[in-house]
Design a protein around this ligand. Structure first.
Ligand code: BG6
Length: 485
C-alpha cells in the first residue's frame, strides 16, 4: 500500500512546548514533510500556556528536530516545514478560544500532548470554543486512571465528538515489529496452524527498560508500571499475539478481534502479580540511584516500577495456556520481546543418551531493539556421539531490509491525518483493559525491592514456574536444557 498525502487540514499540537512534542511529535511531523506525507495545505500550530512568538516556536522545533529526528536535519527541508509552523499562546486554564482565529481550515487534527489530568478540561474547552466540528482528536495515554475515570473520560469526549473522530494513541501499535506480527501470523500459513493451545505451552511478554523514571518522577508517582505499560502497551502486544484472524484488514475488523481477546482475559488475581521497585544499583557499569531517591518521588513511595503477572485467556484457542507478562524500569537491558514456548516432544527418544529436552522449541519476536524473529530448535552437535544443542534460525530487520524504519509516531500521525483508526484504541478496548487490572489497583501487594541493573525481584520467578523467564540477549536461553544422568 503506497501512502498518500492526507487531505488539507491544520495540525494542532496542544502541549507543543513539552517533552513529547520535542522528542517525538515535531521530529515525526518533519519526517512526514520530508516524505511528502503532510497535507499539501495545512499549518502546524503549537499551543501552550507560554508567551511564545511563531519565531520562538520555529527555533524550538529546529532544536528538537536536530536533537531527535531519525533523519538528518536539512536546512532546505526544514525551511519548507518551518513555513507551516505557528504558535498560539493560551491561558493557564487551557481555554482554546484563541485557536479559533488561527486554525482557519475547516478540518484539523488536534493532538493532546498534555498530562492526562488536563484531558477533560481541554475536551470541554474544544466544544466551548466551537472547534469540535471538523476536528479529529488524538489523545495520549494513560487514558484515565482506572475503570471509573476512563469511563467518565469516554463520556466527556462523546459529549463533544463522536467515536469515529477520536484517536486514542498507543505508540506500540505504530512500531514496525508489532504491525509485522499481524503479517507474520496472517500472511503465512505455516505459523497459524501451530498458534494455539495444542502446540504452545506458554507465552511470555517482556517489556524491559534500562532507563529509570528520569525527570518524570512526579508523573510516575501517579502512574506506576501497571498503568504506564501493562494496561496499554502490554495488553496491545498480548491482543495482537492472541487475536483470531480478522475477517478483513479493515480497522473495525481488527479492533473487534482485539477486543474479544481482552474480554476473554480473566481480571488479574492480585496474588498472581508481583510488584517491584528499583533500589540503587548499576546499569551499564554506571551507579544509579534508587527510585525513592529520584526527583519528585516520595521517600516511602510504594509505587511499582516493575510488575510481573500471570494471565489466562478463556477461549478455545488459548484455554490453559498461561500468558506471563513482565515489565520494569532499570532492568539489566532494554529488551521488548514476545516468546512463545512450544510443547515438549511427546516422546523423548534421546533420554537414553542422557538428554532431556525442556522447552526446546521457541519462537521469539524481538520487538526492540535488534528487531527480528527467531526460532529455536534442537540440533545434533556434529561428532560420533549423540549430543544435542539448541540452535537458532534468525530473521533480522537490519539484515533483510536496508531502509531505516519510520518512527511509530510518523505512522500513527499519518494514519490519524488520513482518518484510519486501525492502529488506535477503541472505547470498549480501553475500558476492558482497565477492568482486567482493576483488582490489583484496588488491592496492591507491597512492592519488593530489586537492585537497578537486575532482572527484577526474585519473587517474579514464582510467576514463571514451572520454567523460567527467557531473559533476552544477556541470559538467553536461561533454561532450555536439563542434563540428566
Ligand atoms: C511510554 C511510557 O508510554 O513508553 C514510558 O510512558 C516508557 O514510561 C515508554 O519509557 C517506552 O516506549 P519505547 O517506545 O521506548 O519502548
Amino acid at each position: 500500500m503506497t501512502l498518500t498525502r492526507p487531505s488539507d487540514q491544520d495540525i494542532v499540537v496542544v502541549g507543543a512546548t513539552g517533552d513529547l512534542a520535542a522528542r517525538k511529535l515535531l521530529p515525526a511531523l518533519y519526517n512526514l514533510e520530508v516524505e511528502g506525507l503532510l497535507p499539501e495545505h495545512g499549518d502546524v500550530i503549537g499551543v501552550a500556556p507560554m508567551d511564545w512568538s511563531d519565531e520562538r516556536f520555529r527555533n524550538h522545533a529546529e532544536e528538537a528536530i536536530r536533537g531527535f529526528s531519525r533523519t538528518r536535519f536539512e536546512a532546505r527541508r526544514f525551511a519548507a516545514f518551518a513555513a507551516r509552523l505557528r504558535f498560539v499562546p493560551v491561558g493557564p486554564d487551557g481555554d482554546l478560544r484563541p485557536l479559533r482565529a488561527a486554525a482557519g481550515r475547516p478540518e484539523r487534527l488536534l493532538y493532546l500532548a498534555v498530562p492526562s489530568s488536563a484531558f477533560t478540561a481541554l475536551a470541554q474547552s474544544l466544544g466551548a470554543a466551537g472547534l469540535a466540528a471538523g476536528t479529529k482528536l488524538v489523545i495520549e495515554k494513560p487514558f484515565g486512571h482506572d475503570v471509573t475515570s476512563a469511563t467518565r473520560l469516554n463520556a466527556v469526549l462523546h459529549e463533544v465528538l463522536p467515536e469515529d473522530r477520536i484517536y486514542r494513541i498507543d505508540h506500540y501499535l505504530g512500531k514496525e515489529t508489532v504491525q509485522n506480527l499481524l503479517v507474520f501470523r496472517f500472511g503465512n500459513s505455516v505459523f497459524e496452524r501451530v498458534w494455539n493451545r495444542d502446540a504452545i505451552a506458554r507465552v511470555e511478554i517482556t517489556v524491559a527498560e534500562s532507563l529509570g523514571v528520569e525527570h518524570r518522577g512526579a508523573f510516575y508517582e501517579e502512574t506506576g508500571a501497571i498503568r504506564d505499560i501493562v494496561q496499554n502497551h502490554m495488553f496491545q502486544l498480548l491482543a495482537v499475539t492472541a487475536m483470531e484472524p480478522p475477517i478483513s484488514f479493515a480497522a473495525e475488523a481488527i479492533r473487534n478481534e482485539k477486543v474479544k481477546v481482552l474480554e476473554a482475559l480473566h481480571p488479574v488475581e492480585p496474588g498472581a502479580v508481583v510488584r517491584g521497585q528499583y533500589a540503587s544499583g548499576s546499569v551499564d557499569g554506571e551507579a544509579v540511584p534508587g527510585y525513592r531517591d529520584e526527583e519528585g518521588v516520595a521517600a516511602g513511595s510504594e509505587v511499582e516500577t516493575f510488575a510481573a503477572m500471570r494471565l489466562h485467556i478463556d477461549s478455545w484457542r488459548w484455554a490453559g495456556v498461561p500468558f506471563l507478562l513482565r515489565t520494569g524500569k532499570r532492568l539489566a537491558v532494554r529488551d521488548t520481546r514476545v516468546v512463545l514456548s512450544f510443547r515438549d516432544a511427546p516422546l523423548h527418544l534421546f533420554r537414553a543418551v542422557g538428554l532431556h529436552a525442556l522447552d526446546s522449541n521457541r519462537l521469539v519476536i524481538r520487538v526492540q531493539p535488534d528487531e527480528g524473529i527467531s526460532i529455536t530448535f534442537v540440533a545434533k552437535r556434529p561428532g560420533p556421539e549423540v549430543t544435542t544443542q539448541p540452535v537458532e534460525m534468525d530473521f533480522s530487520y537490519e539484515g533483510s531490509f536496508k531502509a531505516s524504519t519510520p518512527e511509530a509516531y510518523e505512522r500513527l500521525l499519518h494514519d490519524a491525518l488520513s482518518g484510519d483508526h486501525t492502529l488506535f484504541i477503541r472505547e470498549d478496548e480501553v475500558e476492558r483493559g482497565w477492568q482486567v487490572v482493576q483488582p490489583v489497583l484496588d488491592r496492591p501487594s507491597p512492592v519488593k525491592m530489586y537492585p537497578a541493573g537486575s532482572w527484577g525481584p526474585a519473587a517474579a520467578d514464582r510467576i514463571a514456574r514451572p520454567g523460567r523467564w527467557h531473559d533476552g540477549p544477556s541470559g538467553e536461553p536461561r533454561t532450555s536444557f536439563r542434563q540428566r544422568s
